[in-house]
Design a protein around this ligand. Structure first.
Ligand code: ZN
Ligand code: ZN
Ligand code: ZN
Length: 364
């Protein structure tokens, strides 16, 4: 899957008049060469010159992990010992490629490394690496969409098992531990587990706590993990016993809002218009002040990436963009609800990657 990504990176460098891209441990590094580098105080840096051979500078003690990742198929590993200067390796390669004057550096490279590189190349001009990576990451290829579809199906399966975990007396943390194991059945990693019961549901990023589930609770379950390098992220709302007063009505509004937003997705419309489709409906129903976050975020090798589905983002949607549609309504001290599916923009519309029913599900 990584085969042509460095070639496309070099094309992006060329079209922007840049000499090279420097990438430290990050989602960009995983995206480009499949290497999960540890964020160490020792420098790990992928160097992609516009013309010339990509190299991966890494500490000698990480050489085995580099080989296991298969990254050496894409970039020549240049390992260094404890007494060597890795910045020298980077600079020598850039100079050998005639690529040392206009550089892009990955946005989240630690300042300690960026400053050392800048000190070693005092005449170079520097740009944020996102300028190079943005377009590549934003437009998913067929293989990437297939990976997102597979991880979407995997998290659908976990949600199918949630009702059996929800019983009065169990704590959010107990349910969360079960979910952790269920996610790992068909994911490589758990990224987050949110089990927000009763009033905790009114806090969108409440994870889990010691609160015990009670009859009459609404429960927001938002879970995600990584499978073959791509992320899932999906939210449904459950109740134990009777739904609390007003909740079914609130949830019906939310379901309609989520449907309207998904139905609005197609090439050419703006990200902002998808947010508006959900928000206008929720506002018209009188819950506008309780929808306190954007409608969604892009997803891929990271849980949260571009495009941001938010008011003011005039980015036009295009085929291959993948993002969440997750409106929520949060009533302080009472309950909350959020419905979240991942969708991908197709040539003429939208495909949902999460297919479980979206209504309130009874637990127990
Ligand atoms: Zn979030
Ligand atoms: Zn989520
Ligand atoms: Zn999300």
């Amino acid at each position: 899957m990584h085969d042509d990504r460095l070639v496309r990176t070099q094309q992006a460098l060329r079209s922007q008049g840049l000499d090279a891209l420097l990438v430290g441990p990050s989602a960009d590094l995983r995206y480009l060469v499949g290497y999960h580098a540890l964020p160490l105080e020792r420098l790990t840096l992928l160097v992609v010159p516009v013309d010339g051979e990509p190299i991966l500078v890494a500490p000698e003690l990480e050489a085995a992990r580099v080989r296991e990742s298969g990254a050496d198929r894409f970039a020549d590993p240049r390992t260094y010992g404890e007494r060597d200067d890795p910045v020298r390796l980077v600079v020598d390669h850039l100079r050998a490629c005639g690529a040392a004057s206009h550089l892009a550096v990955q946005d989240r490279l630690w300042a300690s490394f960026t400053l050392a590189l800048q000190a070693a190349l005092p005449d170079a001009r520097w740009e944020p690496g996102s300028q190079v990576m943005r377009e590549l990451r934003l437009h998913k290829t067929g293989d990437e969409i297939e990976a997102l579809r597979a991880v979407g199906a995997a998290i659908d399966e976990v949600h199918a098992q949630v009702p059996s975990l929800l019983r009065p007396g169990r704590t959010e943390a107990e349910v969360g531990r079960d979910l952790h194991e269920l996610i790992l059945q068909d994911h490589d990693e758990v990224n987050f587990v949110i089990v927000a019961s009763g009033p905790n549901g009114a806090s969108p990023h409440h994870e889990t706590g010691d609160r015990s589930l009670q009859d009459g609770d609404a429960i927001v379950v938002d879970i995600g993990g990584t499978r073959d390098g791509y992320c899932s992220d999906m939210t449904r709302n459950y109740v134990v016993g009777h739904a609390p007063e007003g909740y079914p009505e609130l949830h019906a509004v939310l379901e309609e809002a989520q449907d309207l937003a998904v139905a609005a997705v197609r090439p050419g419309v703006t990200a902002a218009s998808i947010d508006a489709a959900a928000r206008d409906h929720i506002t018209a129903a009188g819950f506008g002040e309780h929808f306190i976050h954007r409608t969604g975020h892009g997803i891929g090798v990271e849980e949260h990436e571009e495009p941001w589905i938010v008011g003011g983002n005039e980015q036009p949607l295009a085929p291959g963009m993948a993002f969440s549609v997750e409106p929520g309504i949060y009533i302080p001290d009472r309950y909350g609800a959020r419905i979240e599916d991942i969708v991908v923009v197709t040539d003429d519309g939208v495909e949902r990657l999460n297919l479980r029913p979206r209504g309130i599900v009874a637990g127990g």
